[in-house]
Write a protein of this length. Structure first.
Length: 290
């Protein structure tokens, strides 16, 4: 791709110089030289490009690469040692700042969903065993491995709302964690238009992002409150009993909701399209359309 861009610069530079080919001055004197042409001819002859303009093209390409190489900041040092920095890609030229922010927001939301999935599997090991897995990580990988080929995934066209309700059906015998988290993943991906990369001509819907945040609130409430007929939870999550309550699921869901809400505000401000905000009762388990 760099070679193609180099050739593009060379061709552009050549035609600029050709358009500025030498002309006789008004006194009939020698023509003025194009600064990046090695030769010039009198009016009426074809300008010949020498090696100088190719050198200028190489210099411009080098400057271009150095500028964008310098755009990369210092990566965040995390407690886990994980790095989230991405190498610069030439395709980013066709992306606005909002497009890049959208990609980063989606990436972080998907990371958060995966963390919740693994935590749920650890709290409910019987669920990943139903699917034939022997650990939480490969069970979560089965779900989130589909994101890279999302267009071909059955989750891209599935009924996420029905899958979410199925999680809390008394007679459901399948993997409840997969049903629950695949529903949330499908719903979030729908709010991004089922895309994982965004360019200048792409448009996200701020209303869908806002609705997805409200649905995450509803799903989090349902996970913490839903009980079977015998009073046991469908899925173990937060632990409120004992001397050290564990509310880590609430914190993880709070991050996801904040990220979706913030991006909805950014998209709303970009397009000057107002979001319709509704009074939403999470206890009713009514899901907003995406």
């Amino acid at each position: 791709m760099l070679v193609s861009f180099y050739n593009y610069l060379n061709n552009k530079l050549f035609f600029v110089c050709l358009a500025a080919q030498p002309r006789l001055n008004r006194h009939g004197g020698l023509p003025l030289q194009c600064p990046v042409m090695s030769r010039h001819t009198a009016l009426g002859r074809t300008a010949k490009a020498g090696p100088a303009w190719r050198r200028h093209g190489a210099v411009l390409l080098l400057c271009f690469c150095l500028v964008f190489q310098g755009c990369g900041g210092t990566g965040i040092v995390r407690k886990s040692g994980e790095s989230t920095t991405r190498p610069y890609a030439l395709g980013n030229i066709a992306k606005s700042d909002v497009d890049l922010v959208s990609e980063l927001a989606q990436r972080e939301v998907l990371r958060g969903l995966r963390r919740i999935t693994e935590k749920l599997y650890r709290r409910n090991p019987q669920e990943y065993r139903k699917a034939g897995f022997d650990a939480p990580e490969p069970a979560a990988g089965h779900l989130f491995g589909q994101v890279s080929g999302w267009a071909e995934s059955p989750l891209a066209c599935g009924d996420w709302a029905e899958s979410l309700r199925l999680t809390f059906a008394e007679d459901y015998e399948g993997d409840r964690v997969y049903a629950y988290m695949s529903a949330l993943t499908s719903m979030v991906m729908a709010s991004y238009g089922h895309r994982t990369e965004f360019f200048m001509l792409d448009e996200l819907d701020a209303q869908k992002l806002y609705n997805s945040a409200r649905n995450l609130e509803t799903a989090a409430w349902k996970l913490a409150r839903a009980r079977k007929k015998d009073g046991t939870p469908f899925l173990l999550s937060n632990e409120t009993e004992g001397n050290a309550p564990n509310l880590s699921f609430e914190r993880e869901f709070g991050k996801l909701i904040a990220e979706q809400d913030l991006l909805a505000l950014i998209i709303e401000d970009k397009g000057n399209r107002a979001i319709t905000r509704t009074l939403h009762n999470v206890a009713s388990f009514v899901l907003l359309p995406i």
